[in-house]
Structures are given as structure tokens and as C-alpha cells.
Design a protein around this ligand. Structure first.
Ligand SMILES: CC(C)=CCC[C@@H](C)[C@H]1CC[C@@]2(C)C3=C(CC[C@]12C)[C@@]1(C)CC[C@H](O)C(C)(C)[C@@H]1CC3
Length: 742
């Protein structure tokens, strides 16, 4: 099969998208979360008579904070029980905990553009979804001036504003709607869409309201180079980067764009810029990125390299390009086939939809399979519908809930919940390696971040899945995951240590650090290759230790011991002078500090009394405790790499991480710890849950991502650890005074 050569994505033969009325809403009581074997998606059933589940109602903001069903806790364990009671209400029939996973503000536009240029299928984005996507974008406008940022807490940027503006217009919001008027004003004040970062230049080009000549090339030929001894083969890049640039290179090579005479395209061309579209010098825009957007400074080496690649683009051979495009198309298909069309993440999902449409057509089975799996990424909540950062965080949340409940010694009090969770952990383990080539790490034996179908190995998810399984099997006295399968997961973990002893996210580090200078995505840091992270390293250490503790059948014993030893060395080396660790995946120092301390204590037997590293780590945390007993970090800490106080004060999630860390380290001053515990007790709602506070997670240093389930289980975990350490102390009255009531 060879790829079609046409460049036009035909859009004008379809009826125009009707105008979306400003008051378009769906009925909150008619949304239902469906699950099947770890998959999850929201359905709108306007005629439904059946009641929603607690889970549906919770995410739609309909669960009372005080429904009078739980006793006010008298002991810390009582507060733990209330948390667990609430969590048990939210478990899905699949056994996993589902949740929202929004935050990034550049995902919806890609999908909406893909929807527009591939035939506007009702299956891909049903009307109810489109209404709620618009609601979400309205809700998430930056206050007070309008526009959108790169994530929900970010100030407005060109990237967020231009792309979401296009999304709204595609979805039928007219240019004169106040939300669009405000966004245009913001966009124009930032210089208009010529200064949009490269991923935005790409999406606007697909919409044909930016010119492909204003974009640095994305040559598909790179994929034809030999892998061995070649540092620039894309297979050596960080998996997210290569899987995004793969379909981008197909679309770029064929310059796929909507039809220019589409009236919406014409309208957008006149709305997005401060100058007339036809007067823009496109080749001068390649490196034009608005200052508020840019996170990574443009290196001169990078600029030179991209200029050379640009020269190649001007003279490239057609037959080589055709060959490369065919190869790339096959790799996209392989990715789809390996992941049951879920793909690695929301960005390559939207891109692969376009590739599939172009290569196979809208009536093909492949395109249909793509349409059907879009819903896995969409999450409905009280503020409308967003696109999640992955197809869910099923395994991640479930593994932590299980571990928190195990430490709280309450899994046997919840036999059904626990049995279902174990069934999910069992089903979620990946049972085979990816059958089709896309340069993947071993997958057989791994646990993924979301579900088995998506099938990507992640080091720490494997370890957390393994730990949770072994703990739960032991607590329940039931064995669903055989020792052989546990050995498979040990194999995965042992395939992952880097030369520095640390563990990266999806794969070992495959490329040289200087590749980072070629990072074409100006808004993300550290994306070209993998890096060792203290969080992933800690989870991996603890996973291997759990294996030794619970199974200990002599399998690869020496290698396990060596991997643990080297990993600990990495963690010690990664500690900063001030005693902290920088968190790459959570906000920020409380997150990484908690992880690092866990593995140092577990693997070395270090105590506060014996270890200088632990003492410094604790001193760092204690120095940042706030007056009210809690800890609160702003997401800005991730951007700047230094502690930044949260403007709204203490956050329950940061407080829980700091407490888990101090308790694990054996920090000797109980009053410090108790003050933090009291803050968690005060903030717990009568139904056992907590209110949503600031954003919890991060990726690539500059984009934040929500982990709303964290507030439901990390406080519970910290309270359980406190109760275990201090023999279930009473909830003192002071702590409960001022407790929040709905
Ligand atoms: C730049 C692009 C492609 C954007 C799409 C978003 C993805 C890159 C993000 C969204 C969720 C995300 C932060 C995630 C991770 C990597 C990057 C992801 C997939 C990992 C798996 C890395 C390892 C981490 O320890 C942890 C498991 C917490 C996260 C989970 C989510």
C-alpha cells in the first residue's frame, strides 16, 4: 500500500457546523460513566430514567459534602475510615478508580481540528460532547481578561489562546460571542498567531490558517536512518516526543490542510492575526515565538541545525520522501495496532486520526476504530468536558489507594472493594510485548499508567502495580497473579536502570543529552530524551524490594540487589545541597522528597539518627512548614526549580506528602507532625473527602496536569501512617474546631 499524494483534506463538501447557541447545555443528571475491563468513557443518555451512581454524581459536583451518614471521627483512624468509606463509593465495576486527568489546555484543539478536517463524524465527537467542550472552554477562560494559557492555572499565552479560539470557532461559537471577542483582544495584544509556538503552527497549518512555510521542517526521512550508532534516530528520543513527531512528519510531508476556500478557514485567517494574512512573510515566522509562551531559550546550535534541515527540505528527493512517508504510515498503524487504537497519548491520538483518514479514508475499519476510542480520552465534570492527558490514570490511582488502604490495615474490612481492586490489578498487567515495531521497551510483565489496552510500560507504574498486587494478595490471602508473572515484572524493572543507576519513565535513556539543544517544542523542557527521575527510581526500588519480601524465590536475586544498590546511589546523588529533590511529575519538592525518603529508608535501613541525607531532607521540609501546620507549593516551583509558596496557602496534597516523608524518616519531633495532621483533619469534609485545591502534577517542567484523586487518598495514607506510628491518637478537639462543614 502506498500513501495517497493528495494534500487537501476536503472539508467543504460537508454542511457547515451550525452555530452553537450561547446557552447550549446538557442535563447533568443524564451523564453516565461507563467502564469495561479498565476502559472508561462518558455517555450522555437524555432519555435515561435510571439514577446516576455516586461516582457520576461526584464528578458532576452533585455529591453533598455532608450527607449525615458518617460519624464525626473520634480518632485519627476514624478519619482514615471516613476517607476509605468515601473512596469505596467511587470504585468502578472494573475494580479501578476512575478520575479526571485534565489540566493541559492544548489537547482539545488538536482533537477538534482533527474532527473538523476528517469529516466531522458524530461518532468521533457527538453533539453532547461538543456542547460540553464549549462549556469547558468558557469555564476555563483566564480571568479577568480572557484567553487561555498552556494549562488551567497558567496566564494567557498565544499557544493556548489561538488554539482554543480555533476550537471554539470550529465548534460553532460565533466570532462576535464575548468569549471570542475577549480572546481575540488578548491574542492581538500578544502580537497575533504568528508568534504561536511550533506545535500551534502545526495545528493552524492543518486548519490552513497558517502557512507550512512558516514552520521548521519535520522530515519523515529521519525514520529511514539506521538506528545503530546513530544518535539522531527518532527511536532514541523520549517516547512522547517521537510518537508525536511521527504522525506530524507524515502530515507535514504531505502538507495536509483543510481547503482554503472553506468559509471558516477564511474567517479564521482574518481573525487570528494583527496583519492581513496574505501579507505575512511566512519563512520569517519559523523561530517567531511570543515571549510569554517561550519556556526553552532558542539555542544557536538548534537554530543552525534547523536551518540546515530547512535547506535539505528545499532539495529533498521525491522518491525518498515517498518511501519515508510509507514507512512512517506503517509505524503509525503499528502504534494503533499495539494500543487498540488508544495510542500513547492524546496528541498522537489526534494526529493518527488524520493520518488514518488520509491513508485509508473515513469508511475504513481503521478510521472507525479510531472514532470509537476517542471517548476514552474525554472526561465530563461539573465545568464541562475536557480531554484527559491520557486515557485515564486507572492503574496509578488504584495502586496508591490499595497501598494506602493496606497501610491503614483496612483492606479486609472492605472485602468486595479489595477483591475488585485485585481483579483489576491482575487484568491490568500487560501480558505480552507489543507485537508491531515502534521501538518499544519490553512490555510483557509491566503495568501501564492507565490500562492494559494502552499497553505502554512505565517504570514506576510497573513498580507501583507490582507492589499493590503483592501487598493486596498477602493481605487477602489470595493469589491471582502467579509468581511467573511477578518474575515478568521483575524482568521489566531490571531492563530499565540507566547508567547512572536511576530509572527513567518509559524506557532507558537512549540518546545523548546534547539532543536537547534540538528541542523544537519551545514550550516544553527536557523532552528529547529520557532522564533518570528520583520518583521513578524510588518506585522501582520499592517494587523490587516488595518482590524480595513477598516472593523471594531466588529469581535474579543478585541483579535485583545490584539494581537497588545503584538506584539508591542515584537518589543520594540527586539530592540537592539544601536537602531537597526536584519533582518532575508532581508539584514539586514535597512530591519528590516523599519518594526519595521512602526508598532511602527502605533500601538502606537509614534512620534519622544515622543518616545525614535524611536529616537534611527533613530539615528542608520542616523549614517550609507553614504557620497553620501544612505545606503548600505553587506549580511555579516546577517551572523555576526552586520552592515557591502556594498563593492560597497550605494544600492538603503537599501536606500529606510532607507528612508521609517525615513519618517515614522517623522525624523525632511529634509536634511538627501533629500540626500537619491536624490540618488534614480540619480540612476533611464530613463525607470523608476533601475539597479540590491547586493543581497537583506536572510534565516537561512547564505544563501542569490535574490529579484530583490525590486529595482523596494521600491525606488518608498520611493519617494512617501517623496513626500507626503514634498508636491511633485521639482527634483532639482543637483539630476539629474550625473543621469545614458544607
Ligand atoms: C507533550 C505531550 C505529548 C503532551 C501529552 C501529555 C503527556 C506527555 C503527559 C500527560 C500525562 C503524563 C504527564 C504522564 C507521564 C509522562 C508524560 C505524560 C504522559 C508519566 C507516565 C511519567 C512518569 C511519572 O512518574 C508518572 C507515572 C507519574 C507520569 C504519569 C503521567
Amino acid at each position: 500500500m502506498t500513501s495517497p499524494k493528495s494534500r487537501v483534506l476536503r472539508t467543504t463538501h460537508l454542511p457547515p457546523v451550525p452555530e452553537m447557541p450561547a446557552d447550549a447545555r446538557t442535563e447533568r443528571s443524564k451523564w453516565f460513566l461507563c467502564v469495561d475491563d479498565g476502559r472508561q468513557w462518558w455517555e450522555y443518555r437524555p432519555d435515561a430514567k435510571e439514577p446516576q451512581s455516586d461516582l457520576d454524581r461526584f464528578w458532576l459536583g452533585q455529591v453533598a459534602e455532608d450527607d449525615g451518614t458518617l460519624p464525626a471521627p473520634q480518632t485519627v483512624t476514624g478519619a482514615v475510615r471516613n476517607s476509605m468509606q468515601f473512596l469505596a463509593r467511587l470504585q468502578t465495576e472494573s475494580g479501578h478508580w476512575a478520575g479526571e486527568y485534565g489540566g493541559p489546555m492544548f489537547l482539545i484543539p488538536g482533537l477538534v481540528i482533527a474532527w473538523y478536517v476528517t469529516g466531522r463524524s458524530e461518532t468521533l465527537l457527538p453533539q453532547a460532547y461538543r456542547i460540553e467542550l464549549v462549556q469547558y472552554l468558557r469555564h476555563r477562560e483566564v480571568q479577568p481578561n480572557g484567553g487561555w494559557g498552556i494549562h488551567i492555572e497558567s496566564p494567557a499565552t498565544v499557544f493556548g489562546t489561538a488554539l482554543n479560539y480555533v476550537a471554539l470557532r470550529i465548534l460553532g461559537v460565533p466570532a462576535h460571542d464575548p468569549v471570542c471577542e475577549r480572546a481575540r483582544k488578548v491574542l492581538h495584544s500578544l502580537g497575533g498567531a504568528t508568534g504561536i509556538p511550533s506545535w500551534g503552527k502545526f495545528w493552524l497549518s492543518v486548519m490552513n490558517c497558517y502557512d507550512w512555510n512558516g514552520l521548521n521542517p519535520i522530515p519523515p526521512e529521519l525514520w529511514l536512518l539506521p538506528y545503530t550508532a546513530n544518535p539522531i534516530h527518532p527511536g532514541r528520543m523520549w517516547v512522547h516526543t517521537r510518537m508525536v513527531y511521527l504522525p506530524m512528519s507524515y502530515i507535514y510531508a504531505r502538507r495536509l490542510s483543510a481547503e482554503a476556500h472553506d468559509p471558516l478557514v477564511q474567517a479564521l485567517r482574518s481573525e487570528l492575526y494583527v496583519e492581513p494574512f496574505d501579507s505575512i512573510k511566512w519563512s520569517a515566522q519559523k523561530f517567531n515565538v511570543c515571549a510569554v509562551d517561550r519556556y526553552i531559550p532558542q539555542s544557536s546550535f538548534g537554530k543552525l541545525a534547523w536551518t540546515v534541515i530547512g535547506m535539505y527540505e528545499a532539495v529533498h528527493s521525491t522518491w525518498l520522501r515517498d518511501w519515508a512517508v510509507d514507512h512512517v504510515r506503517q509505524l503509525c498503524f503499528n502504534e494503533d495496532d499495539n494500543t487498540e487504537f488508544l495510542d500513547l497519548g492524546p496528541v498522537n491520538k489526534a494526529l493518527n486520526i488524520i493520518v488514518t483518514y488520509h491513508a485509508c479514508g473515513a469508511d475504513s475499519d481503521r478510521f472507525r476504530a479510531h472514532e470509537r476510542t476517542v471517548a476514552d480520552f474525554m472526561w465530563m465534570a461539573d465545568d464541562g468536558m475536557r480531554m484527559n492527558g491520557t486515557n485515564g490514570s486507572q492503574l496509578w490511582d488504584t495502586a496508591f489507594i490499595v497501598q494506602a488502604a493496606t497501610e491503614a490495615q483496612i483492606v479486609t474490612e472492605y472485602p468486595d472493594t479489595s477483591a475488585r481492586a485485585l481483579a483489576f490489578l491482575d487484568a491490568c498487567q500487560i501480558k505480552r510485548d507489543a507485537p508491531f515495531e515502534t521501538y518499544r521497551q519490553q512490555a510483557k510483565g509491566a503495568w501501564p499508567f492507565s490500562n492494559r489496552q494502552q499497553s505502554y510500560t512505565v517504570s514506576d507504574c510497573t513498580a507501583e502495580g507490582l507492589k499493590a498486587t503483592l501487598m493486596l494478595q498477602s493481605a487477602l490471602g489470595s493469589k491471582r497473579v502467579s509468581d511467573r508473572r511477578v518474575q515478568d515484572s521483575v524482568d521489566v524493572l531490571l531492563s530499565m536502570p540507566n547508567r547512572d543507576g536511576g530509572f527513567a519513565s518509559y524506557e532507558i535513556i537512549r540518546g545523548p543529552t546534547w539532543l536537547e539543544a534540538l528541542n523544537p517544542a519551545e514550550v516544553f523542557g527536557k523532552i528529547m530524551i529520557e532522564y533518570s527521575y528520583p520518583e521513578c527510581t524510588t518506585s522501582s526500588v520499592l517494587g523490587l524490594m516488595a518482590y524480595t519480601k513477598y516472593i523471594n524465590d531466588g529469581y535474579r536475586t543478585k541483579e535485583v540487589a545490584r539494581a537497588i544498590h545503584r538506584a539508591v546511589k542515584f537518589i543520594l546523588k540527586d539530592q540537592r545541597k539544601d536537602g531537597s529533590w526536584y519533582g518532575a511529575w508532581g508539584v514539586c519538592f514535597t512530591y519528590a522528597g516523599w519518594f526519595a525518603i521512602e526508598s532511602l529508608v527502605a533500601a538502606t535501613g537509614a534512620t534519622y539518627a544515622t543518616s545525614d541525607s535524611l536529616r537534611r531532607a527533613c530539615a528542608f521540609l520542616v523549614a517550609h512548614q507553614r504557620e497553620d501546620g501544612g505545606w503548600g507549593e505553587s506549580y511555579k516551583a516546577c517551572e523555576v526549580g526552586e520552592w515557591v509558596e502556594h498563593p492560597q496557602g497550605s494544600q492538603v496534597v503537599n501536606t500529606a506528602w510532607a507528612l508521609l516523608a517525615l513519618l517515614r524518616a522517623g522525624y523525632p519531633d511529634e509536634t511538627v507532625i501533629r500540626k500537619g495532621v491536624d490540618l488534614l483533619l480540619r480540612r476533611q469534609l464530613p463525607n470523608g473527602s476533601y475539597r479540590q485545591e491547586g493543581i497537583e502534577g506536572v510534565f516537561n517542567k512547564n505544563c501542569m496536569i490535574s490529579y484530583p484523586n490525590y486529595k482523596l487518598y494521600f491525606p488518608m495514607w498520611a493519617l494512617a501512617r501517623y496513626a500507626n506510628t503514634y498508636k491511633d491518637p485521639k482527634v483532639v478537639e482543637d483539630a476539629m474546631r474550625g473543621r469545614r462543614v458544607a
